[in-house]
Design a protein around this ligand. Structure first.
Ligand SMILES: [Zn+2]
Length: 565
C-alpha cells in the first residue's frame, strides 16, 4: 500500500518533536483560565521505525480510541517515561496524548513514548471529521512507598517484563530472602519432589548458586540432598565442602530435623558402566541418588557427583562406542567426583535421571543421520507457537499467540514439504502450559525444538530505540541453532540484530535436543504488527526459519555415532 502521508520526517526528528511537546506545559491547571476553543491540530505523519517492512495498509473505520497499554487500573510503573499504544480506528485522525501530538499510522495504530504524567492519568484526544473523541486511562492509586526497588535495566527482554510466561516462569526472581536466617534451622536430608523422573526439564528441582542467580542444578525426582539453611521460601543445600545451592522450598521434601548441624556427606566411589543402545549411549553411575551437576559443552559433558569420590586410578573407565571419544575422572574439590565425557561428534542432547535403585543414568543422544543434500529429510522437528496463555498484543489488537501460530503453521507446512516429521505443540488458539510444550517435544523424541515468538517491552523501555530481532538458547549446544535462525530471520525483518542470546527460558532449557526460541518482531510497533498480519511477510518469515534450521542441520551432517536411518 502507498503511504498517503506527504510529510516525511526522520524518526529521530519525530521523537524530538514528541518529547518537546510533552515537556511543554499543557492542559488546564487549577488556576488557569478555561480552555480556549480547540483549533484543529495538524496531523502528524507516522514515520515507520523499521522502514524495510511492508507499508502499513490504510484503514478508515469509525473514530474510536482503544488503548492497549497501559491497561486501566494497572499499577503505576516506577519509571520516568513509558510507552502508550493502541488504535484510533482510522488513519485519517489526529491524536494527542496529554497535550502532546502523536503520529497516527495509516491503519489507525499509534505508539508514543512519553513522560509519566504526575497525576497518573493519560488523556487521549482524537480528532477526525466530526466531534473529537476522548479517552482517559488512569493507573491504580499508588501503593505506599517502598525503599529502593532495583531499576530494571534498559533492555527489551520484554517477554520477561510483560509477564510473558516464557520468561515469568524462568526469569522472575524469587522473593528477596528475608534478612537473617532463622537461627533454629537444623540440617536435614531432603528428597527432590518434582514429578519429572526423565529430566525433561519441566518439573525438576532447580537450584541456583544464590537465591536469585541463574539456574544451574536440575535434579530429577528422588535426588537426596542435605539442607542446611532456610531463608523465606528458599532452602540452602550443601553439595560439597565448597558448594551450596538454593532451591525453592516447595521443590524439596524434608525428612525432618534428624541430623546434627553438620554431617559428612555420604562417601563412596562412583562406579561407572557404559551401555550402548540404538539411539543413545548410557553412562551409569552407582551413586545412590546423590545430587549431581551436568555441564554440557559442544563436544563434552562434565558430570559432577557430589558426596562421591572418583574410582581408584587403576579402574579404567570403560568406553568402546563410536559416539564416545573418551571418559576420564578429574580430581577436584574434596567431596565431589568429576567425570569428563568427551564426544566424537558435537553433543546432540542428553537426559539425566535415576533408576529405581538410585543409579544416575546419563543418556547421551546419538545425532540423527543427516543428508546434506536434503537436511530435513527424516528429521523430527517440534514447532512451538508461543502462547496462549499470556503473550503480547499489538496496537490494533493482533495477539502474539495469533501471530506465532500463523508463523508456526507455515513453518510446519514447509518443514513437512522438505521431508521432516513435524510436531506442532498447538494448532489452534487454545492455552497450552509451558511444561506441556516441552514435555510433548521430549516425549516425542524431537530432534530439534523451535519455539516461535514475537516480542514486547518492559515498562520504561523506549520502543523506538530498542527493538531488534533476537533468538534465545539456554544449552551451549543449542547456540549454533540459535545463530543460524537469527542470521536468516534478521535478513527478513531487517531491523537491528541482537543476535543469539543465552537466556533462561523454559522452552530453551530442554536437554534432549537443540532448542531455540525466536523473537522476530515486536508486537507493539505499528508496522511490525502490520507485517505480522501480512500473509506474504509471514511466508518469508517462515522460510527464514526453515533456512536457519537447514543450515544448522547441514553443519551437523555426518556426526559420529549416528544411527542408520
Ligand atoms: Zn512470547
Amino acid at each position: 500500500m502507498r503511504d498517503r502521508n506527504p510529510a516525511r520526517r526522520t524518526p529521530g526528528a519525530l521523537l524530538l518533536l514528541a518529547s518537546l511537546g510533552a515537556c511543554a506545559p499543557s492542559g488546564p491547571s487549577a488556576t488557569a483560565p478555561a480552555p480556549q476553543p480547540e483549533a484543529a491540530p495538524a496531523r502528524l505523519a507516522y514515520v515507520p521505525v523499521s522502514p524495510a517492512l511492508p507499508p502499513i495498509p490504510e484503514a478508515d473505520g469509525p473514530l474510536a480510541i482503544r488503548v492497549v497499554h497501559p491497561a486501566p487500573g494497572s499499577p503505576r510503573p516506577r519509571v520516568d517515561s513509558t510507552y502508550v499504544y493502541g488504535s484510533v480506528g482510522t488513519g485519517r485522525a489526529a491524536l494527542d496524548i496529554n497535550g502532546t501530538p502523536v503520529p497516527v499510522a495509516p491503519n489507525g495504530a499509534f505508539l508514543a513514548f512519553l513522560p509519566l504524567p504526575a497525576d497518573g492519568r493519560w488523556t487521549l484526544t482524537a480528532r477526525g471529521t466530526g466531534e473529537p473523541v476522548r479517552a482517559t486511562v488512569a493507573y491504580a492509586a499508588p501503593p505506599a512507598p517502598r525503599p529502593a526497588a532495583p531499576a530494571r535495566p534498559d533492555t527489551m527482554q520484554a517477554d520477561t517484563a510483560q509477564g510473558d510466561p516464557v520468561r515469568a516462569d524462568s526469569a522472575a526472581p524469587p522473593a528477596a530472602p528475608a534478612a537473617p536466617a532463622a537461627p533454629a534451622f537444623a540440617a536435614q536430608m531432603a528428597t527432590a519432589a518434582g514429578g519429572d523422573t526423565l529430566a525433561t526439564g519441566s518439573d525438576v528441582a532447580i537450584g541456583r548458586p544464590t537465591p536469585t542467580g541463574t539456574y544451574r542444578w536440575f535434579l530429577p525426582r528422588g535426588a537426596r540432598v542435605q539442607v542446611v539453611e532456610r531463608r523465606g521460601d528458599q532452602l540452602r543445600v550443601r553439595l560439597d565442602s565448597a558448594t551450596s545451592a538454593w532451591f525453592p522450598a516447595g521443590s524439596l521434601e524434608l525428612d525432618g530435623p534428624m541430623l546434627p548441624a553438620r554431617v559428612e556427606l555420604a562417601g563412596g566411589a562412583a562406579r561407572l558402566s557404559v551401555t550402548p543402545a540404538a539411539e543413545w549411549v548410557e553412562l551409569r553411575f552407582a551413586v545412590q541418588r546423590a545430587p549431581f551437576l551436568v555441564q554440557a559443552a559442544d563436544d563434552r559433558l562434565t558430570v559432577t557427583l557430589y558426596g562421591r569420590t572418583a574410582p581408584v586410578p587403576s579402574e579404567r573407565p570403560p568406553a568402546g562406542d563410536p559416539l564416545l571419544a573418551g571418559i576420564s575422572w578429574r580430581a577436584g574439590t574434596p567431596g565431589r567426583a568429576e567425570a569428563e565425557v568427551r564426544l566424537a561428534s558435537p553433543l546432540w542432547g542428553y537426559k539425566a535421571f535415576y533408576t529405581r535403585d538410585g543409579t544416575l543414568v546419563l543418556r547421551v543422544r546419538r545425532p540423527p543421520a543427516i543428508d546434506p543434500a536434503a537436511p530435513l529429510r527424516g528429521v523430527r522437528v517440534a514447532v512451538d507457537p508461543g502462547h496462549p496463555p499470556a503473550g503480547a498484543t499489538g496496537p490494533t489488537g493482533l495477539t502474539e499467540a495469533e501471530a506465532n501460530l500463523a508463523i508456526g503453521t507455515r513453518l510446519a507446512e514447509r518443514l513437512r514439504a522438505a521431508g521432516a516429521e513435524v510436531l506442532l505443540t498447538r494448532t489452534a488458539n487454545v492455552p497450552v502450559e509451558l511444561g506441556a510444550r516441552t514435555d510433548t517435544a521430549v516425549a516425542w523424541d524431537a530432534d530439534l525444538l523451535v519455539s516461535v515468538h514475537n516480542n514486547a517491552f518492559g515498562e520504561g523501555v523506549n520502543p523506538f530505540r530498542n527493538h531488534s530481532t533476537a533468538v534465545y538458547y539456554f544449552q551451549p549446544f543449542s547456540a549454533a541453532l540459535a545463530r543460524e535462525l537469527d542470521r536468516e530471520i534478521v535478513g527478513v525483518t531487517r531491523i537491528p540484530d541482537l543476535g543469539a542470546r543465552q537466556s533462561n527460558l523454559a522452552l530453551a532449557r530442554p536437554t534432549w535436543m537443540p532448542s531455540a526460541l525466536t523473537e522476530s518482531l515486536f508486537m507493539l510497533i505499528p508496522e511490525q504488527e502490520a507485517a505480522l498480519r501480512d500473509p506474504g511477510f509471514l511466508d518469508r518469515l517462515a522460510d527464514a526459519h526453515v533456512r536457519g534450521i537447514e543450515a544448522f542441520l547441514r553443519s551437523r551432517a555426518g556426526g559420529a555415532g549416528a544411527p542408520a536411518r
